[in-house]
Design a protein around this ligand. Structure first.
Ligand code: C2E
Ligand code: CA
Ligand code: CA
Ligand code: CA
Length: 279
């Protein structure tokens, strides 16, 4: 038994070394990719439930590695968070999204609200508010067309600091939404003091709408809660007509998901914006 235990231990450490090596390798890859400008953004439309009108879009990052192809953010955002690179990468996302939105408006498209994901470390970083102000000033985009999506977990890490920052961003005219709502450790009582405009129902609760009583109860409760707090509510990951109709019947204000469109390169989104309404 002792022998086995030892072997297990060695096996385990070897596995761990591989993972750490892999991780360091990927972190270094990220740094190089950033220098070589191998990141780009895609944009997923957000639609108003009642009218089917596209009123906004979410910017989502992609890494195009020449050897491995397109790598999704779930594989590298956590690493960028861990290494601290998220601060530089996140600023690039913010600036690229603001400049893109300004370019759409300059091309004559109707103004669109652009949402940018802000991860915890990026939000907590000292210079965030200044970086946002600079991205807006440099791009010439009106602050009211920018929304930042933050997660509940982030806010709970340091409530007073988060409230202060959110207040500063609100004062600048930027909107805030709580992303992945329902998945984190959330304090419902704190929610009422956040200067936010929207709650986003996580796609894990949307997936089984029409099939799972539990998820239906959660989704309709979030919608009810949001409305009682005078917030708007958006559902992400809407793929089927069945999910859409449940959300519509339960008063969800906005939706986003493959049913409407996958995340698109900027020129494809522009085409969609100049086309007819969707629902
Ligand atoms: P998220 O913010 O919850 O974004 C929603 C994810 O769901 C996106 O995955 C989107 O492509 C995907 N999605 C959209 N519609 C559907 C649908 O109908 N069905 C399904 N199954 N999925 C759908 P993506 O682009 O892979 O991003 C994953 C996560 O990575 C995001 O989750 C967000 O947390 C993070 N992320 C993406 N871009 C950025 C960024 O620029 N900065 C930061 N900090 N995080 C980002
Ligand atoms: Ca998001
Ligand atoms: Ca989500
Ligand atoms: Ca997320």
């Amino acid at each position: 038994a002792k022998e086995l235990g030892k072997n297990n231990y060695q096996f385990y450490t070897r596995e761990m070394n591989v993972n750490i090596e892999e991780k360091l390798h990927l972190m270094e890859g990220l740094r190089i990719a950033f220098e070589r400008q191998q990141f780009h953004l895609v944009y997923q439309p957000k639609v108003e439930m009642r009218t089917g009108r596209i009123f906004g879009c979410e910017a989502l990052i992609r890494w195009h590695d020449p050897a491995r192809g397109v790598i999704g953010p779930d594989r590298f955002i956590p690493l960028a968070e861990e290494s601290g690179m998220i601060v530089a990468l996140g600023e690039w996302v913010l600036r690229t999204a603001c400049f893109q939105n300004r370019a759409w408006q300059d091309a004559g498209l109707a103004p669109l609200c652009i949402s940018v994901n802000v991860s915890p470390r990026q939000f907590e970083e000292q210079g965030l508010v200044d970086r946002v102000a600079r991205a807006l000033a440099d791009s010439g985009m009106d602050p009211r067309w920018l929304e930042l999506e933050v997660t509940e977990g982030l806010i709970m890490r340091d409530l007073a600091q988060a409230l202060d920052k959110m207040g500063q961003l609100r004062a600048m005219g930027v909107s805030l939404s709580i992303d992945d709502f329902g998945t984190g450790y959330s304090s419902l009582s704190a929610l009422k003091s956040f200067p936010i405009s929207t709650l986003k129902i996580d796609k894990s609760f949307v997936r089984d709408l029409g099939r799972s009583d539990g998820d239906e109860a959660i989704a309709s409760s979030i919608i009810g809660l949001a409305h009682r707090l005078k917030l708007r509510v958006i559902a992400e990951g809407v793929e089927t007509e069945q999910q859409r109709s449940f959300l519509s019947e339960n008063g969800c204000d906005e939706l986003q998901g493959y049913l409407i469109s996958r995340p698109l390169p900027p020129e494809r989104l522009a085409l969609m914006l100049s086309g007819p309404d969707l629902i």
